[in-house]
Unconditional design. Structure first.
Length: 366
């Protein structure tokens, strides 16, 4: 899978950008605040329909403009696709071959991209909400069912919370809402469990290659209920937990347990990575996570996603830089942003490279 063409109109600092990309590695070089990260953000937005830097789509609209669109031509093994996202004050519109797509779950997965950026370093020390967002975004790329189920669950959760704020709560009606929510939550918990298990296996393999030691990694899923191969057992456990917390939910006027309260703890040799790992170890774990995600997507859709490296490549030492590139086959299209134009020469020794100059919302091939 690769991006062959892209057009950005009124997106961030891009008034109207059109570019054609070949396969191989594309190095986006330029000074800070010129638009390098914005271009990578646009590519990731096409993959997830969300920004990794803001929760508000209006923040992405260029100043003094009323809307933006991102359009791209995607080449896959068996077909070519034209995809587009348009955002204005009324909302977001998705298109495939210029045909409207009504459900996000039908759009996500048409183009897959994995990003590694400086903000990822906060993953281990950030709030549980940040780690849930990480899992949700990555898992959404490989499971349309997860996208649609998560949407329904969050809608039901919002409805349940709104009802809990009513002056008089009908417990029978609340039980109906809770039962519907449990059905969706069990699906989500099971998918999170299997996703983390597979991601850990791939992450451990690549981390060992990067660190050249036998450090043991683990991801502890702090779920609201224990996992069980029998989903009916999980439903019953979650039902009992909601019943146990019912009085407190009514008193606090909000749902205090569920998928929106879960967390994921990254471990290194059975210790909390956030506390015990060095910066170098954290960087290696993140890199291994991203490479693992690239291969998970390949295993599921039989194609490699596009890899986006935002201002982190220069932070890697020579060994890790070479290991990253040699661990991925040449067919993986990679975009790398940097302020150092010499990075392209360093990479060119390993792979085919195209150098681009980014300046004030413009892109020029060097």
């Amino acid at each position: 899978m690769r991006v062959s063409e892209i057009r950005l109109h009124d997106f961030r600092n891009y008034e109207d950008l059109q570019a054609v990309f070949s396969d191989g590695i594309h190095v986006l070089a330029g000074k800070n605040a010129q638009g390098k990260t914005n271009l990578l953000e646009a590519l990731l937005y096409l993959s997830t329909t969300r920004s990794h830097r803001t929760n508000t789509d209006k923040d992405l609209i260029r100043e003094k403009s009323e809307a933006f669109f991102i359009r791209a031509k995607i080449e896959k093994e068996h077909k070519k696709e034209d995809i587009q996202i348009t955002v204005n004050e009324k909302g977001k519109n998705l298109f495939i071959y210029q045909n409207p797509v009504n459900r996000v779950s039908d759009f996500i997965g048409e183009f897959n991209a994995v990003m590694f950026c400086p903000d990822d370093m906060s993953l281990f020390n950030a709030s549980p909400r940040v780690r849930r967002r990480f899992v949700d975004m990555e898992l959404s790329k490989i499971s349309k069912k997860y996208v649609s189920t998560l949407y329904v669950a969050l809608k039901l959760l919002k409805e349940r919370n709104a009802y809990l704020k009513q002056e008089h709560v009908d417990k029978a009606y609340l039980e109906v809402l809770t039962s519907q929510l449990i059905e969706e939550e069990v699906v989500i918990i099971r998918q999170r469990h299997y996703f983390l298990k597979e991601l850990l296996e791939k992450c451990q393999k690549f981390y060992k290659e990067l660190s050249q030691d036998d450090t043991l990694l683990n991801i502890s899923y702090d779920s609201c209920i224990p996992f069980d191969e029998d989903k009916n057992v999980m439903k019953e456990a979650l039902k009992k937990k909601y019943a146990k917390h019912l009085a407190r939910d009514i008193y606090l006027k909000q749902t205090i347990i569920g998928i929106h309260k879960e967390d994921f703890t990254f471990m290194i040799n059975d210790k909390d990575l956030a506390t015990y790992a060095s910066q170098g170890q954290k960087r290696s774990v993140l890199l291994a996570l991203k490479i693992g995600m690239v291969y998970m997507i390949r295993d599921i859709i039989q194609e490699f996603p596009v890899l986006l490296l935002d201002d982190v490549f220069s932070e890697l030492d020579v060994y890790r830089r070479e290991k990253l590139l040699t661990s991925l086959p040449a067919e993986v299209q990679i975009f790398i942003s940097t302020t150092d134009t010499t990075e392209a020469e360093k990479i060119r020794k390993l792979r085919k490279v195209t150098l681009w100059k980014v300046a004030n919302g413009t892109l020029q091939r060097c």
